[in-house]
Design a protein around this ligand. Sequence first.
Ligand code: COA
Length: 365
Amino acid sequence: MTTVVDTGLEDVVVAETDISLVDGAAGRLLYRGYEIGDLVRGRDGGTFEQVVELLLDGEWPADASLPPSHLTAGVVQALRAIPAESAPLDALRTAISAWGAGARLPWPPTPSQVRELLALAPAAVGAFARLRAGQEPVAEIPEKLGAAGRLLYAISGEEPDPGATRGLEAYFISAAEHGFNASTFTCRVIISTRSDLASAVCGAIGALKGPLHGGAPTGVEGQLAEIGTLENAEPWIRAALARGERIMGFGHRVYRTGDPRAAALREVAQELAGDSDWMRLAVGVEEVALRLLKEHKPDRQLPTNVDYYAAAVLQGVGLDPDLYPAAFAVARISGWGAHALEQAEKGRLIRPSATYVGPERRDLA
Ligand code: COA
């Protein structure tokens, strides 16, 4: 039998899943059969928490909410112990690690463990954002708020603006789940060893931290800040491409024709930011980038990806750019959780092979 080495695993199918359909060729994404665009635009007023239950359970619930967002003393202590200049994703990973050590979660993972983590995560990110600014974590987060509202409240300590909450919630829905991406696969590998959910989510956050996965919205924000004006877009992008750099927010491993999340988030960003200078720059730079990328790689489709307009929404919501990856992780805990449940139920230990190409046997002497 000939062995095919597939280093990026694109053509390797390791499981059957009924959580989401990522149809790259058609530019479609379905969560349990529902179109992502409908969910993000909130056509029926659906919330992120309903999407969470849909992902965990398979059916659209009439209503959904999270348990209280309570930070244990161990979590707050861990957050105080890390340097203020740590990446917020590292802070979230540390908080979940400290929480998991105290919770000693049993295997297999359960939906209520996922909900607990989803309640913890926004509070932990907000607490870190406050601690690094020399403020104390908020004492209590109103339970009536969803995960998006809780994140905003945990950062500011004030009742969040409904428009900003809605914008962040739309982003959370768009970021909740995306098939067998690198972080989800990492989560499933860890669960497949019968390790606990907190460990799996910590590992998944590690995978998400890479700039090719979860770091892109921050990259987009920095890129637009550097470009600065629409006139500068063409020379800036040409120079970046000539240096062999990648333009953040474009191209996708799976969506070759278009990313359905980008289209829906663009609408949300436009609602939120209206005719702001930043939004006008984002729309203008997108046009120039698409044209120049086509010229640069005529044989390759490099469409706008979700992170381009995610950056616009997150900027409109008023989040610090370095919190974007942590916001992504908070949302994605739902998808990781759904996959953890599925892996525990149907999967087996994931253990691929490699073709050895090192030296033949040799002697030490
Ligand atoms: N800007 C410039 N060139 C790009 C590019 C981009 N955004 N995305 C891909 N390319 C080029 C690569 O440089 C490569 O060129 P080469 O064949 O001359 O080396 C070619 O297209 C294929 O790239 P490859 O990395 O094999 O494609 P991929 O399918 O693995 O890439 C991404 C997917 C997302 C990693 C890639 O498009 C990228 O790095 N985009 C920018 C980061 C980003 O927005 N990430 C968020 C994803 S949601």
